[in-house]
Design a binder for this molecule. Structure first.
Ligand code: SAM
Length: 276
């Protein structure tokens, strides 16, 4: 019989956040596959876990996935951990879990901390629907383009961001989402200098500039979604019709989209359906 692949979440700062079940499983498995063996050493030593540890990260996953699968097929049990939080959430492991499924190996998640959910739960922004964007592209132009694509997204938006890009990202967000859209900055969660601040984008930018929010440590950004427009289709068509008297169909649809907060292609679609 094949062994079990456990996906074990570990703390995102405060070691006290590890679960009792996580400790038991990490003690009992044949092997721990860790993103960084040196980093995980502190955690494993603190809880007296003496299981053998092997490195499994983005640079060796092609080479090691097959080896880990072989061991699982041979009946050994393996626990996958990352440096912090839940493996696979912006961390290695996708290839291993996907290949384990392909080989009908039992996969058992051992849930625990993740910075997304931790930040969201304390954000003071709507949590019933949200999207997780991971890291924005590192280059400014690509970052702007992605944020523009998200401008009309009505669900709460969650981003991971590196400290050296925080100031620029929040500035671009203000430019694209407007001064008044609210954002929560969640910094150093569960750690000594934890800071969670919710305010309008313009105010958060000031707080980053005047040092009230320190640009140090790990960050999650949670941005309020766009207000859903309550305008009816009939009203949109009416605006478009008035504008069409003076403008080309393309210009009219573009301006209608701007006025109503809809997407240009949504306006086009509506007009075409109406004409039919
Ligand atoms: N697997 C992790 C998880 O489940 O949250 C995420 C790993 S990702 C490589 C690391 C990013 O997560 C950081 O750059 C930061 O954006 C966020 N993060 C991790 N720990 C955090 C903490 N204690 N406070 C704030 N953000 C954190």
């Amino acid at each position: 019989m094949s062994g079990i692949l456990y996906i074990v979440a570990t703390p995102i700062g405060n070691l006290g956040d590890i679960s009792q079940r996580a400790v038991e499983i990490l003690k009992q498995v044949d092997l721990i596959a860790a993103e960084d063996t040196r980093h995980s050493k502190t955690l494993l030593e603190r809880f007296g876990i003496k299981t053998k540890v092997q490195a499994y990260h983005e640079h060796n996953e092609d080479q090691y996935t097959a080896k880990l699968i072989q061991r699982l097929v041979a009946g050994e049990s393996i626990a996958l951990i990352s440096d912090a939080g839940t493996p696979l959430i912006n961390d290695p492991g996708y290839k291993l879990v996907a290949t384990a499924h392909d080989n009908h190996i039992q996969i058992v998640p051992v849930p625990g901390p993740s910075a997304i959910i931790t930040a969201l739960s304390a954000s003071g922004l709507p949590t019933h629907k949200f999207i997780f964007e991971g890291y924005l592209p590192p280059k400014s132009d690509a970052r702007k383009t992605r944020l523009k694509e998200l401008q009309n997204e009505s669900r709460t938006l969650v981003f991971y961001e590196a400290p050296h890009r925080i100031v620029e990202s929040v500035k671009i967000m203000q430019e694209i989402f407007g001064d008044n859209r609210r954002i929560t900055i969640a910094r150093e969660l569960t750690k000594q200098f934890e800071q969670i601040v919710r305010d309008a984008l313009s105010t958060i930018n000031e707080k980053l500039e005047n040092g009230e929010i320190k640009i140090k440590g790990e960050f999650v950004l949670i941005v309020e979604g766009a207000q859903e427009s309550s305008i009816t289709d009939t009203e949109i068509l009416h605006i478009n019709q008035i504008l069409s008297e003076k403008l080309s169909p393309k210009e009219a649809a573009g301006l209608t989209a701007k006025i109503t907060g809809k997407k240009k292609n949504e306006v086009y679609k509506l007009v075409l359906e109406h004409e039919k």
